[in-house]
Design a protein around this ligand. Structure first.
Ligand SMILES: Cc1ncc(COP(=O)(O)O)c(C=O)c1O
Length: 448
């Protein structure tokens, strides 16, 4: 495919991108296979972040591609409003089997943002349906990312994603984040210190009256704000406090779902069952947009009351359970089963941990964090130049054939779960060389 013309570059308002900077020096992906992207100059780049934390089975998995091709020639679109197509039901059943405990009812969306907003709405509407409309508060957490819907940015904890958009949802409060580098730097897996951060929920209850709180939402591991694994015992304690006060617990598993932590879901990995689970990304291996909210049976049952003629939950998307997305998700689940992607992840995770932690001592490395195949190397910024070092490292890695992601001062790494030991070793060496190169070149060379 031809490179975009200047007019085409101007026309596309790119998401979450420094548009003008990108368009001065654009980089294009033209193909992908397995662990690699092909760039427009023909070079190969190792995908160290699985697309955007989504391509868990590797790019263009033949079974997923084949399922999509077959589906488009059979049924392109059918609505699931007062109608239905079989694949959506089959997929829901398979996902229910796949999910922990009784998270057996599945509501389809098209993205992580929609899954989050859907989960928040289910929580609010469930309390109302059982006659407890006084529970309207939603509790999020500092340094959380829950997508870009108004619900998601309200409960998330990133000021620059919120401050352009006014007062957002009413009745939202936030737990503190759990990042504690003084006590936990260079932790392998779950950090030892910080379970007490969960007790902040009791403090919030004391301020607001727990009888007004509908739900708490957390990412089991905060991803986009720098990969922050939960302290040992933290999620269990959150669950206990929610149970004590009749508050629903929502896990945002948009990144952690579908094998990334070496288990099907973070809920399995940590042994904590939420009431609702928001997912997307790995559900279709990134091949086509889809999200799903998993709902516990008792919550779903709360809606299935009253007249059978009425719509029980006034919510849904034109593309909820789109036939193509269902085909891709069914094939993805099959791949998970046949190739045991979560098991592959669990098996290679200790090696991933070792190669990442071996970067300790390289220039400006302030912390290394990891769990499953989610990892992060946090850097000390160049004085007075926030984010510049991490961006320069990201750029240098790309020049050297490796895609990683700069998130503030942190370099995130989350390769497809099919990554090999050699590829992980190569990834770490490219990152090491980039850290040294950027440090030697200094902040002026690194500036955009
Ligand atoms: C934890 C979490 N929730 C929600 C989202 C939003 O997903 P989407 O971009 O598909 O709307 C993301 C995206 O990275 C995420 O990491």
């Amino acid at each position: 495919m031809q490179a975009p013309t200047p007019a085409a570059l101007d026309a596309f308002w790119m998401p979450f991108t420094a548009n003008r900077k990108f368009k001065r020096d654009p980089r294009f992906v033209t193909g992908a296979q397995g662990m690699h992207y092909t760039m427009s100059d023909g070079s190969q780049v190792l995908d160290g972040i699985a697309g955007l934390w989504c391509v868990n089975a590797g790019h263009r998995h033949p079974a997923i591609s084949a399922a999509l091709k077959q589906q488009i020639d059979t049924l392109d679109y059918a609505s699931n409003f007062q109608l239905g197509h079989p694949a959506a039901f089959t997929l829901a059943e398979r996902l229910a089997d796949w999910a922990p405990a009784d998270l057996n009812r599945v509501f389809f969306t098209n993205s992580g943002s929609e899954s989050v907003d859907t989960a928040l709405k289910i929580a609010l509407a469930w309390h109302r349906a059982r006659g407890d409309a006084g529970r309207y508060r939603l509790i999020g957490r500092a340094r959380a990312y829950h997508g870009v819907g108004f619900g998601g940015i309200s409960v998330a904890g990133i000021a620059k994603h919120r401050n352009a958009f006014g007062p957002l949802l009413n009745g939202v409060d936030h737990l503190p984040h759990t990042h504690d580098p003084k006590r936990n730097a260079f932790s392998r897996g779950e950090p030892l210190h910080g379970v007490e951060h969960a007790d902040a929920l009791e403090a919030i209850c004391a301020v607001h009256d727990p009888a007004t709180i509908a739900a708490v939402i957390v990412e089991p591991i905060a991803g986009s704000t720098g990969v922050l694994p939960p302290p040992v015992g933290y999620l269990t304690r959150l669950r206990e406090i929610c149970d004590r006060h009749g508050i629903l617990l929502i896990f945002d598993e948009v990144i952690t779902g579908f094998g990334r932590l070496g288990a099907r879901f973070a809920a399995d990995r940590f042994g904590v069952v939420p009431d609702l689970m928001a997912t997307a990304k790995g559900l279709t291996n990134g091949a086509i947009p889809m999200g799903a909210v998993f709902v516990r049976e008792a919550i779903h049952a709360g809606f299935m009351q009253g007249s059978e003629a009425g719509v029980e939950f006034a919510h849904g998307y034109t593309y909820s359970g789109h036939p193509l997305a269902c085909a891709a998700a069914l094939a993805t689940l099959q791949v998970h089963q046949e190739e045991d992607l979560a098991g592959q992840c669990a098996a290679i995770a200790p090696y991933f941990e070792d190669v990442l932690h071996a970067l300790r001592g390289e220039p400006a490395v302030a912390d290394v964090r990891n769990l499953g195949l989610l990892g992060a190397v946090e850097l000390s910024p160049f004085p007075g130049r926030p984010g510049v070092r991490a961006q320069a490292v990201e750029r240098r890695c790309l020049e050297q054939g490796l895609l990683v992601r700069a998130l503030g001062e942190t370099i995130a790494v989350s390769p497809p779960l099919v990554v090999s030991r050699d590829q992980l070793a190569g990834l770490a060496e490219t990152l090491r060389a980039a850290l040294r190169h950027v440090d030697a070149a200094g902040p002026d060379a690194a500036s955009p």
